[in-house]
Design a protein. Structure first.
Length: 192
């Protein structure tokens, strides 16, 4: 038994085509998650290392040790004992050079960019002839503020990224359930 073509409601056909057209861009083909391995992850997650909050904590501890009357090299080596790797090895190498009285610049260079604020603070304090303890505390505070600012920016970006798919899902649904039936009803009424 065949259905005559005049019996199919054109509004239903238009609704079906519009729904299909709205959903096609949303369909993505992805590899199954089971086939992913840790090696497939982006390299950025492995290279980040400890965050600046760990360095800020180390700088606060160094400032406390300096306030207690120890030398900068002793403070660095003592604080390094309380840190996790790789921070421990980096700060310990700097502290050893400071204790030996040799130029600590190569150790700071090997320590990496995360220790650059500490290096600058200690060098400026030495040039100014002031104790580095209060400056290290201020640097730790600045690092924490920077971490908070980066977290706020990341949160704002996440909010924007979450709203876009939500809008892409609800806008076609609104058009198909509200606007399209209204337009089809108007077209049908005007065609009579």
């Amino acid at each position: 038994m065949s259905v005559p073509t005049s019996a199919v409601d054109p509004s239903l056909l238009v609704l079906l085509v519009a729904t299909t057209a709205a959903l096609v861009p949303l369909v993505r083909v992805r590899a199954p998650r089971a086939s992913w391995t840790p090696a497939d992850r982006p390299a950025a997650t492995h290279s980040r290392g400890p965050c600046s909050a760990d360095v800020a904590e180390a700088l606060d501890l160094m400032a406390l040790a300096l306030q207690g009357g120890v030398s900068l090299g002793t403070a660095a080596r003592t604080v390094a004992l309380e840190l996790d790797e790789p921070l421990r090895a980096e700060l310990d190498a700097v502290g050893l050079d400071l204790l030996d009285g040799v130029d600590a610049a190569p150790s700071w260079d090997r320590a990496g960019a995360r220790w650059e604020p500490a290096r600058r603070t200690i060098e400026v304090a030495a040039l100014a002839g002031v104790p580095p303890g209060p400056a290290l505390r201020q640097t730790a505070t600045d690092l924490r503020r920077g971490s908070v600012a980066r977290a706020e920016v990341a949160t704002a970006r996440l909010g924007v990224r979450l709203v876009l798919p939500l809008g892409l899902a609800f806008l076609p649904a609104f058009v198909l359930t509200t606007v399209a039936p209204l337009v089809l009803a108007l077209v049908r009424d005007l065609s009579w």
